[in-house]
Ligand binder design. Sequence first.
Ligand code: A3P
Length: 312
Amino acid sequence: LQTLPPAQLAHKYFELFPDQKDPLWQNPCDDKRHRDIWSKEKTCDRLPKFLVIGPQKTGTTALCLFLIMHPSILSNSPSPKSFEEVQYMDFFPVPSNVTTDFLFEKSANYFHSEEAPKRAASLVPKAKIITILIDPSDRAYSWYQHQRSHEDPAALKFSFYEVISAGPNAPWELRTLQKRCLVPGWYASHIERWLVYFPPFQLLIIDGQQLRTAPAMVMDEVQKFLGVSPHYNYSEALTFDSHKGFWCQLLEEGKTKCLGKSKGRKYPPMDSDSRAFLSGYYRDHNVELSKLLHRLGQPLPSWLRQELQKVR
Ligand code: A3P
């Protein structure tokens, strides 16, 4: 039997199994041997029961605001490093009642991540997955406006049309911004990747337009999907704030709690050239999405029906 010193042995091991360089974490509590030696101080119930995976700019923060209004739903604590999002299933509060509380994590970048579905399925295979879709063209525009208000130099330098229509020889910073702006909108491809690792019944696809205009109805659907109790009456708990122009949480004495200025920003409508360009750009992706929703037995959101009716 031959062996090597530890460091060389490790090199050899990763030469033989290169795909294991990137560790895939599983839940230690799933293994009885681990459970037996698990510290009494630690709970096995700190991993999320569901994930809100994005994509960015579809209403994920509004959904979270509404979710945490529910008495049995708890979210991850905000991370100082990644602003509101954890970006890795960490920083979870100790649930007050481990058997009934629904912990969740929202990270809007998981949606289009190559790695996230596999990692999530390894750590929390039973977790439910929630995604929100709006017209990918509107999502791209909202994302561009978001980058501008965060003073991204490329977003400030180039117009929206220049970003979305940049060709292969465009400067690197423009191409990078373009990719980040457009790729999350390839909805069908990203959802298919989640479906490799999670069965369809664990996935909820929310129509972001409905979440925006009729949130109480959507929240009923979400509660049913999660199987959370008690049933929370969102029709009474939410109110349309005409000043904000969005639905908000109704507080005592008729006051409201809305999302901050960075959600529901004021910016000019998208120009018609960009709209036409993006309709063409996303057409095949939208056709694929309609086939996917059909296969899953889900209704088509109205924006998707409208896009499919447009002639090439
Ligand atoms: P805009 O700021 O471009 O209008 P996310 O939280 O995923 O980044 O999404 C932000 C988007 O959520 C906002 O984009 C806004 O249109 C939408 N939204 C939906 N419901 C909302 C609500 N009740 N309050 C604020 N924004 C809401």
